[in-house]
Design a protein around this ligand. Structure first.
Ligand code: TRH
Length: 380
């Protein structure tokens, strides 16, 4: 089938990131996809090579539709309100041919109960050029009664052949404490930690905890806000050089903007991943290593319930819940951040089984692109 996915970039990279991955996942399953996006700038580094059967289209206002035949399936990502001129030709096209259609309202990922309750529900269009048509809600999710998570068909084979040391060398990443591109054996090497975050309130406390820990840490900081936040704290607040502290317990490398494929590799390479937003969360779950999620904060605090629901689904032990409370600045006053963060370092091994179990559970479920294909086959 031919798919039109519409995406509006509100903020950050997640909107374009999810839609791009969805487009690629569908194309890998034999579909042809047009991705209409109002700001494709992030795709230049997230997906520099493009993908077969995926065409990125500029979503301008008004939309240039000359010579465009509407797709069979219309995906409205994250309530972006598809251009009415497109809906008009879509409605006309489907009516003229008496053709069945599928108009999907793709929602944000959440582990909250409403995702399963609302997944698949119809929503009749009551006004505008699409009047009389019906959209369907499609909720990604962590359980089999939702639309599932994006997962490429070749994920496991790619992971199985991944070589951490080779990848680090390929990225020209060397641990400053050792003049080697190849790390020493397990047990002797530093713990590798990736950092993708906004500006966590306790970032400085965390860096201090790492700098004073007995085990060395190699922190790989992603480009953009994460790097700016770390540099700001090191230079201005802690008075440390940007790359390394005086005890050599904490070494820091700053990464360039990575393609999504290389971003995945970063997560696979590390022992602990700090992620933010829904897409990096899912990628870190597939990496199967302990992760800490900085959830996108919302003014009405709706993210508190969303974070809690995820930790409940994960069956997170108390130490992991406390680490998330700290990283998201939700600690009760009785717990000092420094204590919560030190506890995090001593809990990493214990958390591994939680994340291995979560990954195994998710792998047994249908992935999002397959769920969507199945859903459309039923409604189309
Ligand atoms: O960028 P985000 O913070 O996006 C967020 C969320 O999507 C949130 O739901 C939304 O409401 C808010 O923005 C406005 O985090 P997220 O979702 O993890 O997306 C990051 C994307 O960037 C993901 O696709 C991975 C990609 N990425 C790379 O490809 N290379 C990189 O080097 C980095 C750092 C990220």
């Amino acid at each position: 089938m031919r798919w039109d996915i519409f995406c509006r970039v509100i903020d950050n990279y997640g909107d374009a990131g999810v839609c791009w991955r969805l487009a690629v996942n569908l194309a890998q399953r034999g579909q042809t996809v047009r991705l209409w996006v109002d700001d494709a700038s992030a795709l230049a580094w997230m997906a520099p090579d493009g993908a077969p059967s995926v065409q990125v289209m500029a979503w301008q206002t008004p939309l240039a539709l000359e010579g465009i035949t509407p797709g069979d399936v219309l995906v409205e990502a994250f309530g972006c309100e598809i251009a009415p001129e497109y809906i008009a030709i879509y409605a006309q096209y489907t009516r003229a041919r008496g053709q069945k259609y599928a108009w999907i309202n793709l929602e944000y990922l959440t582990a909250e109960g409403y995702a399963a309750r609302c997944h698949g529900l119809p929503s009749p269009v009551m006004s505008g050029p699409g009047i009389g048509l019906t959209k369907h809600f499609f909720y990604p999710g962590f359980t089999s009664d939702t639309g599932g998570l994006l997962r490429e068909a070749d994920l496991l084979t790619r992971q199985a052949s991944f070589d951490r040391n080779a990848w680090l060398a390929q990225q020209h990443l060397t641990w400053p404490g050792k003049p080697v591109a190849v790390l020493p054996d397990e047990g002797l090497r530093p713990r590798l930690v990736s950092l993708f975050c906004y500006e966590p309130a306790h970032l400085g406390t965390w860096l201090k905890a790492l700098a004073n820990d007995i085990m060395p840490t190699w922190l790989l900081v992603t480009a953009g806000r994460s790097a700016a936040a770390v540099r700001q704290i090191l230079q201005n607040d802690l008075g440390l050089p940007p790359g390394q502290n005086q005890h050599k317990a904490l070494s820091i490398s700053y990464l360039p903007a990575l393609s999504q494929t290389e971003f995945d590799h970063l997560l696979w390479a590390c022992d602990l991943n700090f992620v933010r937003g829904e897409d990096s969360l899912v990628r870190a779950l597939w990496a199967g290593k302990p992760l800490i999620w900085q959830i996108y904060p919302q003014d009405d605090h709706a993210h508190h319930a969303k974070l809690r629901a995820f930790l409940d689904w994960l069956q997170a032990p108390p130490s992991l819940r406390q680490a998330h409370a700290c990283w998201n600045d939700l600690l009760d006053n009785a717990t000092p951040a420094a204590d919560a963060l030190r506890a995090m370092l001593s809990s990493l091994d214990a958390w591994q089984s939680t994340f291995s179990h979560a990954r195994q559970t998710l792998l047994k479920q249908r992935d999002l692109a397959d769920s969507l294909l199945q859903f459309v086959a039923k409604t189309h």
